[in-house]
Design a protein around this ligand. Sequence first.
Ligand SMILES: Cc1cc2nc3c(=O)[nH]c(=O)nc-3n(C[C@H](O)[C@H](O)[C@H](O)COP(=O)(O)OP(=O)(O)OC[C@H]3O[C@@H](n4cnc5c(N)ncnc54)[C@H](O)[C@@H]3O)c2cc1C
Length: 467
Amino acid sequence: MIHRTSWMKSSAVSRRSFLVSSAMAACGLSLEAQRVRTARPQHSCVIVGAGLAGLTAAYRLSAAGWKVTVLEARNRAGGRAWTYRFAQAPELTCEMGGEWIGKDHKQILALARELNVALEPHTYRVWLLQQDQLRAPGSWGFSEKSQAAWKKFMEQYKKYDEHEKRRLDDYDWWTWLGKIGMTEEDRRIREIMDSTDYGESIREVSAFVAADEYVDTDYINPNNTDEMDYHVRGGNSELVNALVARLPAGSVHLNSAVTSITQKPGKVTAATATESFTADACIFAAPASVLNSIQFEPALSPFKALAADELEYGRIIKSQMLFDKRFWPAEDFSLMSDETSHQYYHSTLGQAGPHGILCSYACGDKADVLAAQSKADRQAQLMRDLAAVSPDAAAALIDSFDQPWQSDPWVHGAYAIYRPGQWFRIRPLLEEPHGKVLFAGEHIGDWQGFMEGAVSTGESAAGHLLH
Ligand SMILES: Cc1cc2nc3c(=O)[nH]c(=O)nc-3n(C[C@H](O)[C@H](O)[C@H](O)COP(=O)(O)OP(=O)(O)OC[C@H]3O[C@@H](n4cnc5c(N)ncnc54)[C@H](O)[C@@H]3O)c2cc1C
């Protein structure tokens, strides 16, 4: 996940405005014609994808009087924002996708306020399980050498110009942490922790992407919350439901996978296997990983198609486990480990017991190992890892529910991962409009990898059509 600093934000906005105008002009629409169109009584937009990006765009356009049609491939809205309840304890909620909202996630915080969706604190303290040794918060940390190395790098990084940032983008984060002087032992802990931010080993992640995410955080403090501050009361799907509830009935079409997008002068048509929907504009708010499965007429530029092909999504399996009692050592329990289960945290933090849900959050190769097992074998593996926390774990298990995002047909992974050399090269191509089709979604957001990235790009796409 990445948050880009303000110098990039302002350039991204002006670049995008320029591209929208030039793309519309290329499509035969002069600026004058666009103004004439603005005066027409009702505009229309077809939106591909009912995740937070698509729904935010739909909400804004609809509020401004546009007719919106949202086409969603799944049988539910929300995409990667998806709250789950076990039948055995329906009063409890847990998240299969996005979990935390950060204190700096300004647009989603504002949207939640506007929609009267309540947030609650959702912060944890981190236990560490490494080489079978369990260490409580406060009893582990990073060496003085690594702390000094980090401090020095951050001072330098804050003065980096664009050229230096582009150079940093050529390195991977593991290598870079070594170059700045972090010890091997501390890098192994960072690998466990930071890979949960990307869904892959930090050997796969652009050093620029990582540095820019961690720049304003207390990175070297084990209890740093790093934008893991809040959660929607009742589950993040409450935000999704609030957005859907503000749209006219019938605006969101479920089980409607778009297969083609065709542009004719003044119109754009998105078609599913059985229906087609024509509008003045289109917002493509589905992941880049499905872009090349859509037939575009006129075709996408080969650069954009290649960029979508290159961008990969991290492998993460979330296993939510319902227990008949909360045997873990604290309500705000979370655990980073070198075991296959990778990370555990208490999903039902702040929700009344006695039942409780723990989430295992495994990334990269570990996610593939767990996903390949039968449910029974996976449960056995997760209970073996938990035995280090309490001998009561296995006996307390009621049920588990897993979501291996890498095999999800509508994302093919959890969130986009920008590898070394990709951020400055392929991201601008992915956000470029294609005629009357604008793009939105986590993968092109300033807060890439977060729900904030989805909401902000949805706001921005709607904003471009409205202004
Ligand atoms: C395991 C996991 C943990 C996460 N943790 C956090 C976190 O703690 N904090 C945070 O802020 N973010 C987190 N995220 C990221 C966050 O959930 C996403 O960034 C955000 O929800 C993405 O929203 P989106 O609208 O861009 O995409 P999506 O939610 O994927 O929405 C796109 C929609 O398009 C649909 N679609 C795809 N193809 C088609 C098609 N052909 N036709 C029609 N519809 C189509 C999809 O079904 C989907 O519903 C996490 C994500 C995952 C998976």
